[in-house]
Design a protein around this ligand. Structure first.
Ligand code: NAD
Ligand code: SER
Length: 312
């Protein structure tokens, strides 16, 4: 049985990914790890270790001494937070990746998952049904770090046969944990206001369409990609992953089907420019063809699950 570590496990994705991996591999075989001192309550059914991904020696020692075979590297600054601290965002998003890629290059690891993002695209990209291979001129520090990370993943695969796999996640919608400072966070925040009976002020304009996905789909995609036979993985940079696409106005209308009195207004801030540079929708036929990807949740299904489960 391979031992697995999820680094950045306390965040929006890690909280659900650790639980899903523990169901498959057994609680003891999946180590949750984060910067935080204490184990987040949702992850205390298995091992937890406090690690700073920027402490290269500590991370190397833990992985080697504990015979970890697979790493899911989630620690990063997301788009909006990264714009406020570009130097640190670049350092965090890149140095951690090299630490893990080098461990695999030295044959200490069998497999790596490292997430990319729709942020790798930019204003010169065709923004509707964005293809897998296209113009990529990201204008955010987050997007630049993800694009550089993709190039390095492919390089380590080509030069050193490192089995690294990646997905360009769209905006992710979840109720078990909160998002961590991205441009798509509004699509989670809106449910808390709707359930509280409050007016929601969107930081994106009413007609800003972005690719989105329910967390359950994203976790399944991650696990399906990691379980796919090596020869099926044709993209060693990162796979486009489509889900659905909607605007703030459309998600508000979907919520109003369940809560007719719900109200939204619009006050775009610096995140509008980020969103405007990202795709409206994504073509994921490469993921469908190579490892059989198909999303399950449409907008109405997401709204129903979120309204049923968000706790205020
Ligand atoms: P998040 O911000 O919710 O979680 C990140 C976690 O990393 C946090 O628990 C944080 O404490 C931890 N962390 C930060 N610095 C660390 C360090 N130095 N050492 C160890 N841990 C550290 O992020 P998320 O939404 O779970 O995203 C995870 C990954 O997926 C990121 O790489 C992100 O870019 C990518 N991604 C996320 C989305 C999304 O919508 N959530 C979309 C595209 C890509
Ligand atoms: N959800 C992420 C963000 O908004 C996309 O990578 O930063």
């Amino acid at each position: 049985m391979s031992r697995i570590i999820v680094i950045g496990a306390g965040g929006q994705i890690g909280t659900e990914l650790v639980t899903a991996l523990r169901k498959i591999h057994g609680n003891e075989n999946v180590v949750a790890s984060d910067l935080r001192e204490g184990c987040p309550p949702l992850l205390n059914d298995g091992p937890y270790v406090q690690l700073d991904i920027l402490n290269r020696e500590a991370v190397r020692n833990y992985i080697i001494e504990n015979k970890i075979a697979q790493v899911y590297l989630l620690a990063a600054l997301l788009s909006a937070t990264a714009e406020k601290n570009p130097d640190f965002a670049w350092r965090l998003n890149m140095e951690g990746l090299f630490t893990i890629l080098d461990l695999a290059k030295e044959k200490h690891l069998e497999k790596i998952f490292w997430p990319s993002s729709i942020a790798v695209f930019g204003p010169t990209t065709p923004l509707d049904n964005t293809p897998q291979h296209t113009i990529m001129e990201p204008t955010t520090v987050y997007g630049i770090s993800k694009q550089a990370g993709e190039r390095w993943c492919e390089y380590y695969y080509n030069k050193f046969n490192v089995d690294v796999r990646s997905i360009r996640y769209p905006g992710l919608i979840s109720y078990k944990s909160l998002p961590g400072g991205g441009t798509t966070d509004y699509a989670v925040d809106i449910f808390y206001k709707a359930k509280a009976g409050e007016v929601f002020t969107s930081f994106l304009s009413e007609d800003t369409a972005l690719p989105m996905m329910f967390m359950e789909d994203a976790i399944r995609a991650t696990i399906e990609l990691m379980n796919a036979p090596t020869e099926k993985i044709k993209e060693r940079s990162a796979y486009n992953l489509g889900g659905i696409s909607f605007t703030p106005e459309q998600i508000a209308e979907a919520i109003q089907k369940r809560i007719p009195e719900f109200k939204i207004n619009y006050l775009p801030d610096f995140r509008q420019a980020i969103a405007d540079s990202w795709p409206n929708s994504i073509d994921d036929t490469a993921a469908q063809r190579d490892w059989g990807w198909k999303h399950n949740f449409d907008l109405d299904a997401i709204v129903n699950v979120m309204l049923d489960n968000v706790k205020i």
